[in-house]
Design a binder for this molecule. Structure first.
Ligand code: NAD
Ligand code: MG
Length: 321
């Protein structure tokens, strides 16, 4: 059998394989217990006016600022990330920069301090960072955001629809039409407007990533409006993957479990839930945004070329997918 043909089975390693496998790798880092790696509940009672700042949380979330190591997986790619100032979006933005991508981040004007820190980390990695504040509930702004990101980065290859609104309400009776509309506009309409504006920029090989949630599959009683938007996100990822796959554009999603981010301390969770946040999971703690950064990188990277319409989870052991 000719073992050098693609798809053929090779039983002995080709010469030089050991060098490729272990090459100049540094010493193995010690294994760490995932339960003990990050803060565990109980957490201090805390709340911030929406949308909240990562820099004011206690403990401060870990977005991989001092830990994420890149290896050129996204070299030369151009990415737009909504909600790129904090939480999962910030972890993805820092990781993308360290993997060699230029990054545009969108956020709300009140989040400028968080956004500037992200820009500094990306520039420290030697990449471009465009900071584009604005409210995603406005269709015209969504179009301007995409155009400005493409103009400043010289094109667009990766679009991450990550921003979202989450407010806890014990009863459906407590949700006003205005609140309901706010959640729908941010979480469902904005990705719709952004993807429509981005498509003319996206070439075969480009990727779209949406942040959904375990709430898409197992909604909490106090997140009536939010949870259904996450189900919609999961669903648009799967329909668009079928629509855009034939054009060579992959569409995938990330479904976090409980993650320590500003969204939770600015109305997203009750104080009781926040103080015990993540304690119910098999790992006994919430996740940190840094622990999801590699998932966004993986979905965006060329070597994940068969991942399309997939939802990758990170929930500490309970929840879906
Ligand atoms: P986060 O607060 O750090 O990020 C959310 C971002 O959304 C904000 O930083 C803000 O910039 C942006 N945003 C909200 N409304 C906006 C608007 N009208 N215009 C522009 N930007 C707006 O919190 P996060 O938890 O990192 O959230 C990121 C994503 O993760 C969201 O899609 C959220 O639904 C999802 N998620 C979070 C959790 C969790 O436990 N934290 C769990 C599952 C899914
Ligand atoms: Mg924020």
């Amino acid at each position: 059998m000719d073992t050098d043909k693609p798809g053929a089975m090779r039983r002995s390693a080709p010469s030089g394989a050991a060098k490729v496998a272990t090459g100049d790798m540094p010493a193995a880092p010690p294994m760490r217990d995932p339960k003990a790696k990050h803060p565990r509940p109980p957490f201090k009672a805390q709340s911030q006016p929406w949308p909240g700042l990562a820099g004011k949380m206690d403990p401060k979330p870990d977005h991989g600022e001092t830990s994420y190591k890149g290896s050129g997986r996204l070299l030369g790619r151009r990415a737009l990330i909504t909600g790129g100032d904090s939480g999962m979006g910030r972890a993805a933005a820092i990781a993308f920069g360290r993997e060699g991508a230029d990054v545009a981040i969108n956020y709300l004007p009140d989040e400028e301090p968080d956004a500037q820190e992200v820009a500094e980390w990306i520039r420290a990695a030697g990449r471009k960072c465009a900071t584009i504040p604005g409210d995603l509930r406005d269709e015209a702004f969504c179009r301007r955001l995409v155009d400005q990101a493409a103009r400043e980065l010289g094109g667009l290859d990766i679009v991450v629809n990550n921003a979202a609104r989450q407010q806890t309400h014990a009863s459906i009776l407590d949700i006003s039409t205005e609140q309901f509309d706010w959640t729908m506009k941010t979480n469902i309409y904005a990705p719709f407007w952004i993807i429509k504006a981005a498509l003319p920029h996206l070439e075969p090989g480009a990727v779209i990533i949406g942040t959904t949630s375990e709430q898409a599959y197992d909604p909490s009683p106090d997140l009536y409006d939010y949870a259904q938007t996450k189900a919609a996100t999961m669903n648009y990822i799967k329909s668009l993957a079928k629509q855009l796959g034939p054009k060579g554009i992959r569409v995938n999603g990330v479904a976090p479990g409980p993650i320590w981010t500003p969204l939770q301390v600015s109305g997203g969770a009750t104080m009781e839930k926040l103080q015990e946040f993540g304690g119910h999971t098999p790992l006994g703690r919430p996740g940190q945004p840094a622990e999801l950064a590699a998932i966004y990188v993986q979905l965006a990277a060329e070597d994940a070329s068969y991942a399309n319409g997939q939802i990758y989870g990170a929930s500490g052991g309970s929840g879906q997918p």
